[in-house]
Design a protein around this ligand. Sequence first.
Ligand code: SAH
Length: 341
Amino acid sequence: MKTDLRSLTYEETENLITSLGEAKFRARQLYPAVFKVKNLDEITTLSKDLRAKLSENYCIESLATAQKQVSKKDGTVKFLFRLADGNFIESVFMKYLHGNTLCVSSQVGCLMGCNFCASTIGGKVRDLTAGEIIGQIIAAQEETGERISNIVMMGIGEPLDNYDNVIKFLKIVNHPDTLNIGYRHISLSTCGIVPKIYELAELNLPITLSVSLHAPFNDMRSEIMPVNRKYPLDTLVTAMKDYIKKTGRRISIEYALIQGKNDTKECAKELARLFCHGLFHINLIPVNNVRERNYKKTTREATRAFCEALCSRGLNATVRRELGSDIDAACGQLRRKQEEN
Ligand code: SAH
């Protein structure tokens, strides 16, 4: 197996170049090119000899577009990409006033088992490499002809369960020679892998951390999100507060409203109790119906009432605008369909 050059940081590329007996400045030629071309042979600023040496153990991997669905409502584009080994992942391109955003996947499938989420139904197949994560942005830019300025790691997979590759991806995508996307334009969403939240806090990257909470009581959260059995709410909330203290960044809380389950007055009250102190922002999302599950989306009126209940208790809460509802844009739905076929 050859190593994907898109999975290397600048420093690693420089080390590779010097290990091949070449001058360091060759890395400055190689590195930006790796994210623009599909084949080493296209990098004609490097000698044929160096390209041949590189291609013994290295390659440039790019993703193939297997499917592309464009929403007629809002221009959202959902991509199904095929990886070199034949696995499929999804990415979603969304247009916002503040710029074009791509929602990227971090794994093929997911191990976390949240029971409202389609990504986890077949379990986890494997982690994505840093190159495969950045490859989604490169492919989506090519397909749409538009520059992507914001990234949300909210696609298939649990980013903190693929920690090393995800951190590498963040460093690569932020480098001025690659896509140069500022950390402030990147959000990373986790279901709450507590030790990794502490680790991430130590890095002090100015990204936005999102935590998928979805329930304010342990029994309810454990039922819908098995990860809560390992890292219960009190340990999660403590880790979130520590993260805010260390990084000075606010945390965004994802809360998908399921009718008759987590949308009650008691839930609003408990959420307010847990998160009234600190820099939290609560994002309310009406749960997306997934064919395999029988959860129902909370009504628009009840969503608004829940939001009101939080705001009146001093919380910063908003209802998220839904994009791409006509194209299976919710987590893992497109990949599921492909696998079934
Ligand atoms: N594993 C990470 C990131 C991927 S999921 C995490 O859990 O945060 C991205 C977001 O979509 C999470 O908040 C997840 O809980 C939410 N999600 C998954 N399925 C959903 C559904 N059917 N309706 C609404 N939100 C959903």
